[in-house]
Write a protein that binds this ligand. Structure first.
Ligand code: FUL
Length: 724
């Protein structure tokens, strides 16, 4: 039976497990999806009022005057993104606050009412011009959630308007469109507003290659729904090359921290037709497309993962000192795991209040670009002998593995030293089929297994300790039907000193360890973890300075009452990336005064046991969620950190208040705090007090909990001491 390929396959009730797998083995990406996969490394830009208010989520009530952008330099952004090897950039033209970064005809809430270029500025226009100059593709993030349209009295979001026939774009006097296409949709006011804006974005800024629909919502109103079907129809017509994120084409990877799955299948099961679906499915499960998961589906759909994370803590720029920037090691590691793990790598770089990428971010982008070039531009199998269709550098040609027991062998004229191996499947014609594979090298007159992996799909990068040989072979151990391998290449990554992690226990003892790489290999049957670096020296400082070769050497855990520790590994004279950790006051003498609801597993003390895996959960009764702590002695405190629990998405404290007390009994409010986007990004958040607080008794009161959950949770609370 000849089964045609398609990007969606319907499962019939009569399908057996075998026939479901055969169907899955014929699900392939659309041409747009394949083009998007080939972009590999792309950029996200979060920019807007939040850049100026230092918030993750705005309120929608920001005065446009705060968008006081003086020196926008989108050329500088593009130069840095290009240097990193990125191919496309997606700008938040409207984030959840509803403020528009382009000269839209349909609201005054945006750049037109701001001081930026005297109200004449258009961030998207400038970015699109720079993109053209630097050869980058452009995408737009247009938030469906819109707090301005929710909060202002004339707002269209959830205004309970009746759907009726609307012509898109709605004409606006004095602002004609060059593109004369029109659409008729039966929609309500907010959907019409959204479609009008999409029309502007897709017709007036050159070709748009990705439209990003965020599933996150700080707030909802009036049962507002979104007519994704209409939105997609408009996109398909006006931006025929674009992929849609969040719906149909590209899917969220399930986290915002740069984590990747070891096995990322891009053919995943759906219960409803993915073309019709109006809701967002939960994509956070550890596995999405294994055989067992496919058996549960009513539809099988090609939808690739986009690994999205930020180069800085948070999506928006806050400041230079307190907002950590990822190291080049870290970004390169995510690059290899995501692009080399069958997904697209979407890295956010938030411009600062000067309208530029900060120097620290630019350095990382340049260094990552250099490493990608140094490692992957040179294929050490370029002179190798082996299956021609695999070695010819042509993605269209492939070797169909009729029989999995026949390994693919590659022989080089001279011995080569490698520690990376790239494998690709011919997914456009033959879908993703490999389920398990092994790489061997010929060492000391024998085949040795040097690396192994599960699926391959668009691209798999195998990482392993360096091996020198003239003969390599790839064995496919398990697959869905006959897999088609389109390319392999071998590379050498110049090993750097490892990244280090700095931890402190409840007694204040700090330990610093090299981070373990996650791969293993089995030379001569031995099981060895990672890329073993000999001669590692770890050096650290306690005064905020960058550790040099002469800094104090780490030998054993040491005591740090509070403050910042910076550390770095050295291997010979090469230095690794600098890690830092700011520690609050030691918690061993803290005492719980009171909290509401102390359930067995989740007593109040779990919020300060120096173990982020355990957490306090407030009780059912009463609407006040509080935790009162006696710090054991008086401190001068400058701020605190809140670590949410990550077991599930409950209890994230979005808004709260810090109270203090002179005796642990009578409490006074000291300061309000607010954290945004906790459900999708449950990382520790810091808040600095307006002025230092001198106290021994302190309490955290939750005022608003994310996602409407009824209980508050704290995995860890830390208080930072003012430097003496
Ligand atoms: C999330 C949003 O809530 C964040 O603010 C950010 O835009 C991220 C990319 O998506 O869901």
């Amino acid at each position: 039976m000849l089964i045609p390929t398609a990007s969606t396959a319907k499962i019939a009730d009569t399908d057996s497990k075998d026939s479901i797998i055969i169907k899955a083995a014929h699900v392939v990406p659309t041409p747009n999806q394949y083009a998007a996969l080939k972009n590999e490394f792309i950029a996200f830009i979060h920019f807007g009022p939040n850049t100026f208010t230092r918030m993750e989520w705005g309120s929608g009530m920001e005065d446009p005057a705060i968008f006081n952008l003086q020196n926008l330099d989108t050329d500088q952004w593009c130069k840095a993104m290009k240097a990193a090897g990125m191919q496309l950039v997606i700008l938040t033209v409207k984030h959840h606050d509803g403020f528009c970064l382009w000269q839209t005809r349909y609201t005054r809430h945006g750049v037109m009412s701001s001081p930026f270029r005297n109200g004449q500025g258009d961030v998207l226009r400038e970015l699109s011009q720079s993109c053209e100059k630097y050869g980058l593709k452009l995408g737009v993030y247009l938030s469906p959630a819109d707090l301005y349209q929710i909060e202002n009295p004339e707002g269209l979001y959830g205004n309970l308007s009746e759907p009726s026939e609307r012509i898109i774009p709605r004409p606006v006097a004095g602002r004609p469109f060059e593109n004369k296409t029109t659409f008729t949709f039966v929609v309500d006011d907010y959907n019409e507003y959204f479609l009008n804006q999409l029309f502007e974005l897709l017709t007036e800024y050159g070709p748009i290659h990705e439209v990003w629909f965020d599933g996150a919502h700080p707030k909802r109103k009036g049962g507002q729904t979104y007519n994704y079907k209409a939105w997609k129809a408009l996109i398909r017509t006006l931006a025929p090359e674009a992929v849609v994120f969040g719906k149909q084409d590209v899917r969220w990877c399930g986290n915002e921290s740069g984590k990747t799955r070891d096995t990322e299948w891009n053919i995943i099961p759906y219960q409803d037709d993915p073309d019709e679906m109006n809701s967002f499915p939960d994509l956070t499960a550890p596995s999405l497309g294994s055989r067992d998961e496919l058996y549960q589906g009513k539809y099988l759909h090609y939808q690739m993962a986009e690994t999205n994370t930020s180069i800085r803590e948070g999506w928006f720029y806050r400041d230079e000192i307190d907002q950590k920037v990822r190291s080049a090691d870290d970004v390169f590691d995510i690059y290899e795991r995501s692009v080399g793990g069958n997904s697209i790598f979407l890295l956010n770089i938030p411009p600062n209040r000067e309208g530029r990428f900060s120097e620290a971010d630019v350095k990382v982008l340049e260094e990552v670009g250099r490493r990608i070039q140094e490692t992957y531009a040179k294929n050490l199998l370029d002179k190798a002998k082996g299956p021609a269709n695999i070695l010819d550098g042509n993605q269209e040609s492939y070797e169909l593995l009729a029989d999995n027991s026949r390994p693919l062998e590659f022989n080089t004229p001279q011995p080569v030293t490698i520690n990376r191996f790239v494998i690709r499947e011919a997914i456009v014609t033959h879908s993703e089929r490999v389920e398990k594979h092994v790489l061997d090298a010929w060492i000391d007159d024998d085949w040795e297994e040097i690396a192994s992996g599960t699926n391959i799909g668009y691209k798999r990068i195998l990482r392993f300790p360096e091996v020198t040989s003239q003969k390599f072979r790839l064995r496919v151990l398990e697959s869905r039907l006959q897999p088609a391998i389109s390319a392999v290449s071998a590379h050498y990554y110049k090993t750097r000193p490892p990244q280090v992690s700095i931890k402190r226990d409840i007694h204040g003892m700090v330990s610093i360890q090299p981070k373990q790489h996650t791969f293993r290999w089995k030379p001569h049957g031995e099981d060895i973890a990672g890329n073993i670096n000999r001669d590692i020296e770890i050096r650290y400082t306690l005064d905020g300075s960058t550790p040099t070769k002469n800094a104090k050497r780490y030998e054993a855990p040491f005591m740090v009452p509070s403050g910042e520790v910076k550390a770095c590994a050295f291997v010979k004279n090469q230095e690794g990336s600098v890690a830092s950790n700011l520690f609050g006051v030691i918690k061993k003498d803290w005492r719980l005064i009171a909290s509401n609801g102390a359930q067995d597993k989740h007593q109040g003390t779990k919020a300060f046991d120096a173990d982020a895996n355990t957490y306090w959960l407030s009780g059912q009764k009463g609407s006040r969620h509080y935790l009162e702590i006696d710090l054991g002695k008086e401190y001068m405190l400058k701020g605190f950190a809140y670590t949410p629990q990550t077991e599930n998405t409950l209890g994230m404290i979005e808004k709260g208040e810090i109270q203090i007390s002179a005796d642990g009994q009578k409490w006074v409010a000291r300061e309000a705090f607010e954290f945004g986007n906790l459900i999708n990004d449950p990382t520790p958040r810091r808040h600095y007090f307006n002025r230092p607080v001198k106290t021994r008794y302190i309490s955290v009161q939750a005022k608003a909990i994310a996602g409407g959950s009824r209980l508050a949770a704290i995995a860890e609370i830390d208080f930072f001491e003012e430097e003496k």
